[in-house]
Design a protein around this ligand. Structure first.
Ligand code: FRU
Length: 479
């Protein structure tokens, strides 16, 4: 193994040589300074500072021996890029410091992550590891605290830790030997010694049937009186209105008993209707908000066709979103702080009958757009002649269409949506996040349009009226 300092220097040099430019560089999303970004990791607020870590491959725009990149903010607008928190240098993590979480205990910040190891034959071993910091910048590694449990393959990873009922708890995503995805539960009194309690959810535990061959990136939290298990399962078959991406993310809602370590839950609900959303994680901030950030990517899904690879980087994170539970349904809304990014504002009433109407006065490509429309109308709204959102009021479906990243042919994602009253779009240079009915449904996608200007087009089957409000959005500030 290369010595840590040499490896860090090499990564720094790559960052300096990659010119952070290109038409698709984002303005208000976190992206890697160079290389590949995937899952958000270790989301935490500590001493007033929000820390966002992320899976990072500094050396090229593909996967491999991952690092933990690190950025921090007090207000979600002013950011500091910090030195990478974890680089894969030890034997127990030599093929990657994989995803995990952070907790604060006493005066220290604890990171839990998966040490990914492969031998010369490609055989994998996974260790759940601990690193501790007293300043939130440098982390001292203490190596594995959990080893591979009996009955599972080496696909055990992504520890999520929290405090509840007087002790520490940890869940990891797992694959049973017979290739069934599960989540495993552990507990500890001191964060160092962990007792394995068994599987928390999955086939033969809380489900009768198979539900994917691996569950990645679990999270387990209270929200509005319900218990939520968030997972990113792999291996679900595509259906007409769900599971249309290569892999998906979603939730089971139910009840957790800390006394018995058991969870009972209802059916799985996919969280996103778009093309790129995976591996989300949440945390509680000091205002009591449950905040979520996801990866705006999907593993193995047309990654090499992203045009940003020519500029030396690929992928980004979603905007932070506040979660709420309303009538048993998960809502996601961009955090309040993002309103500070709003600049120039315009509004219009757009009446559409049999022709497509272009809102000519709007040109900003980085924008927040709100639409209100009558609930019984079927319509299509297009952005930069590239991304088309269509509501079919009869079928109660919402469809998102963009060109296939490889062939250029139109491709769609369609979900069932019972009525659309309002839509809030967050458009960055190369993404769209769409929040329907105040966050009842969400769709997250990357966009790579040729047309640089923002342009909104409206069409409808029968006469319809759109009330439109739009703001140009400013960039995040980096230092
Ligand atoms: C999810 C994932 C995690 C793993 C990480 C590796 O995208 O596969 O399960 O820890 O990415 O980068």
């Amino acid at each position: 193994m290369k010595e840590e300092q040499a490896l860090r220097k090499e990564a720094e040099q790559i960052v300096q040589t990659v010119e952070a430019a290109g038409p698709f560089r984002q303005q208000f999303h976190l992206m890697p300074p160079a290389g590949l970004m995937n899952d958000p990791n270790g989301l935490v607020q500590w001493q007033g500072v929000y820390h966002v870590f992320y899976q990072w491959m500094p050396f090229h725009t593909g996967h491999g021996s991952k690092w933990w990149g690190h950025a921090a903010t007090r207000d979600w607008i002013h950011w500091k890029l910090l030195p990478p928190a974890l680089a894969p240098v030890h034997d127990f993590e030599k093929n990657g410091c994989y995803s995990g979480s952070a907790v604060v205990h006493g005066d220290l910040l604890y990171l839990f992550y998966t040490g990914n190891v492969k031998d010369e034959h490609g055989n994998r071993t996974s260790y759940q590891c601990l690193a501790v910091s007293s300043d939130g910048v440098e982390f001292e590694k203490h190596g594995p605290v959990i080893y591979q449990p009996e009955g599972y393959t080496a696909h055990v990873r992504d520890p999520k830790v929290w405090f509840e009922a007087g002790q520490w708890w940890l869940v990891i995503g797992a694959q049973r030997r017979d290739l069934e995805g599960q989540v495993l539960l552990y507990r500890s009194l001191d964060l160092w010694e962990w007792e394995f309690l068994g599987p928390l959810a999955g086939k033969d535990v809380t489900l009768a049937a198979s539900f994917g061959y691996m569950w990645e990136c679990p999270d387990f939290f209270e929200l509005g009186g319900s218990r939520v298990l968030l997972i990113s399962p792999q291996g679900l078959e595509a259906e007409v209105y769900q599971y249309q991406n290569q892999y998906q993310s979603g939730i089971f809602t139910g009840e957790f008993s800390p006394e018995t370590g058991t969870f009972s839950h209802g059916s799985f609900h996919e969280m996103d209707l778009g093309f790129e959303f995976y591996a989300p994680q949440t945390f509680l901030d000091d205002q009591g908000r449950r905040l979520l950030i996801g990866w705006m990517g999907v593993p193995d899904q047309q990654e090499q066709a992203h045009p940003t690879i020519a500029d030396g980087w690929v992928h980004c994170l979603t905007v932070p979103r506040e979660l709420t539970m309303q009538n048993g349904h998960l809502y996601q809304q961009p955090i309040e702080e993002y309103r500070q990014l709003r600049g120039e504002h315009a509004s219009a009433v757009v009446a559409v009958d049999d022709k497509t109407v272009v809102w000519h006065s709007w040109k900003a490509a980085v924008a927040e757009v709100h639409l209100e429309v009558e609930e019984d109308k079927s319509w299509t709204v297009s952005w930069r002649r590239y991304f088309h959102i269509s509501y079919d009021a009869g079928a109660q479906t919402l469809t998102f269409e963009r060109p296939d990243l490889v062939t250029g042919d139109p491709v769609r994602r369609t979900g069932r949506v019972t009525g659309v009253r309002s839509i809030r779009f967050l458009f960055d240079r190369s993404s769209a996040e769409v929040f329907v009915n105040d966050g009842e449904y969400v769709s997250t996608s990357r966009l790579f349009p040729e047309q640089e200007e923002g342009e909104l087009q409206f069409s409808a089957e029968k006469p319809a009226v759109f009330h439109v409000d739009a703001w140009e959005l400013q960039s995040l500030q980096w230092s």
